[in-house]
Design a binder for this molecule. Structure first.
Ligand code: SAM
Length: 343
């Protein structure tokens, strides 16, 4: 075997290990096994009893998790596993990554068929992914959106704190976590979340009710290009690249703004031009693009199907085409997203 074949083979086996281990994490999350281990179920018999599962499976899962380094050799949680898989409100929570992977895998046969026919795969088909995306982004909305991101633009922060309260439109709101986080942080504002996916809107209403802000946060299932009303701030988080008419959406957003209003966008942090091989995060985004974002946008009968890789020059070009005279990239550090302010 050549060195090149050997290293490619090693790489694939490493990726396979990672993919399979993610599926075992999903088993642990869905069956409450990590929580049971945290609460003292550190043998197969204890875990089987606590989580109401079969003891032989419990034994194999405990050993596999320890072999993977997710549990200690005596089947206890490591501090990292506790923070990433169990602390749902914490900044390091990333358990939905497992649901993400499983959700994408389930739809891969459908995507293979779409490659043949050119058809799209509607966002609503990716049921597990909806929860994966929402759950994955939620810690950023809860911990960074109103403490770092929006305050980075002082005019936005001031307007959100002012009375009478600002009207905010959250386009492509998904499960509503960003809309709710803004309402909780700024008690005078009202937020309207809009998303094409009816299932997401149903979940968003539940999220707002549970957070006690349903009187100030409403949700509508609609195309962002057709949203209506008048707003002081329009936000779009990790959704512009998914929309089938991004310039139409930005043009509409501009028309809905009050005289001092503006648009705040968070979308993928990728390089300005195509680079191969790419860095770790861009590789992740490209894989999402092939497996999910491009097929989902193709299902919208799009004017343009961009895929996940929304580069800064492309977004700024769309903004200018939509009539914004001063689109700018904001200097907000984040591994996954880049931020834009359009006026
Ligand atoms: C990656 S998800 C992000 C959801 C949410 N903003 C978050 O960060 O968790 C993209 C969202 O854009 C929505 N979307 C796609 N095309 C849309 C359109 N034309 N109008 C409104 N929403 C759209 C999808 O339904 C999906 O909920």
């Amino acid at each position: 075997m050549t060195n090149a074949a050997e290293s490619m083979g090693e790489r694939l086996i490493g990726a396979l290990t990672g993919a399979l281990e993610l599926c075992t994490v999903e088993i642990g999350c869905k069956l409450g096994l990590y929580a049971a281990v945290r609460d003292g179920a550190n043998t197969a018999a204890e875990l089987a009893k606590a989580a109401e599962i079969d003891e032989r499976y419990a034994q194999e899962w405990l050993e596999q998790q320890a072999a993977a380094g997710f549990l200690t050799a005596t089947f206890e949680l490591t501090p990292g596993t506790a923070a990433v898989l169990l602390d749902e409100g914490g900044p390091a929570y990333a358990a939905p990554a497992a649901e993400f992977a499983v959700g994408v895998g389930l739809l891969t046969p459908t995507v293979i068929e779409a490659f043949r026919t050119g058809a799209g795969v509607p966002y609503s088909s990716y049921e597990h992914l909806r929860h994966g995306i929402g759950g994955f982004n939620r810690p950023m909305f809860n911990h960074l959106l109103t403490t770092e991101w929006l305050p980075a633009v002082s005019s936005i922060d001031q307007r959100l704190q002012a009375v009478p309260g600002a009207r905010v439109l959250d386009l492509g709101c998904g499960m509503g976590y960003s809309s709710v986080a803004m309402a909780l942080a700024y008690p005078s504002i009202t937020v309207r979340g809009v998303d094409l996916d009816e299932h997401s809107i149903g979940e968003a209403r539940r999220v707002a009710a549970e957070a006690g802000v349903a009187d100030r946060v409403s949700f509508t299932s609609a195309d962002a290009a057709a949203a209506s009303g008048s707003y002081d701030l329009v936000t779009i988080f990790e959704a512009l690249h998914d929309m089938g008419d991004p310039v139409g959406v930005l043009r509409n957003a501009r028309e809905l703004l009050s005289p001092s209003g503006s648009v705040f966008i968070g979308d993928e942090r990728v390089s300005d031009t195509f680079i191969a091989p790419a860095g770790e995060i861009e590789r992740l985004q490209y894989a999402f693009s092939v497996l999910h974002c491009l097929p989902a946008t193709r299902a919208e009968n799009p004017v343009l199907a961009n895929g996940t890789i929304l580069r800064a020059p492309t977004l700024l070009g769309w903004a200018r085409e939509a009539g914004f005279e001063q689109p700018e990239v904001l200097d907000i550090p984040n591994d996954f997203w880049r931020f834009y302010h359009l006026r």
